[in-house]
Design a protein. Structure first.
Length: 183
């Protein structure tokens, strides 16, 4: 399930034509805080907190790299207050769902300076066992998951739970941060 070891430094390339092609999740503190998606051919944007690349048999349409410089706003108004902070977690859920639509693999970069550190949990319907998705060091294939929960880093979540149904997983994820189905 775990992929190759990748870090923002190993993805970054001086030449924009080198490196993996994919989509970055970027935190920008201006405009009340916002999450941007940036399509790139290998250059790591400043303030990147996540990355996904398309999986086998999928490719990102060329215009996404050129239109508006490959940048578009995913969600805004995420700074200050609990309700706005929740939008940050919702933005992460949207970003991961985009990756799944492209049979993608995802990595989360450490972001102590920008954004909010998150933990990401996945749920597989087949075994009713919540799985912890470690998106810190490696590209992870997220295609086997039916639901995700994005919560603040180190927040207690599903402690001691051996099995859980999808609706309870989603409800608990929304209470702690944000959650979404992946189907």
């Amino acid at each position: 399930m775990r992929g190759e070891n990748v870090s923002p430094r190993s993805i970054a390339q001086v030449d924009d034509d080198l490196g993996p092609e994919g989509c970055y999740l970027v935190y920008e503190p201006d405009s009340g805080g916002r999450l941007m998606i940036v399509y790139s051919h290998g250059y790591v944007p400043m303030n990147a907190v996540g990355f996904w690349c398309a999986g086998e048999g999928k490719g990102i349409q060329g215009f996404k790299f050129k239109q508006a410089g490959g940048r578009s706003e995913l969600i805004k108004g995420i700074a200050g207050g609990d309700s706005n902070r929740r939008k940050y977690f919702v933005g992460w859920c949207q970003f991961i769902k985009m990756a799944k639509a492209m049979n993608g693999r995802v990595i989360k970069f450490p972001n102590a300076i920008q954004g909010v550190e998150v933990d990401i949990y996945g749920y597989r319907q087949c075994d009713s066992q919540p799985d912890f998705l470690c998106l810190d060091d490696s590209l992870v294939d997220i295609n086997h998951y039916d639901a995700i929960a994005v919560i603040p880093r180190h927040k207690e979540f599903l402690k001691g739970v051996k099995s859980i149904v999808a609706s309870n997983f989603l409800e608990m994820g929304n209470i702690a941060g944000a959650s979404s189905t992946m189907v």
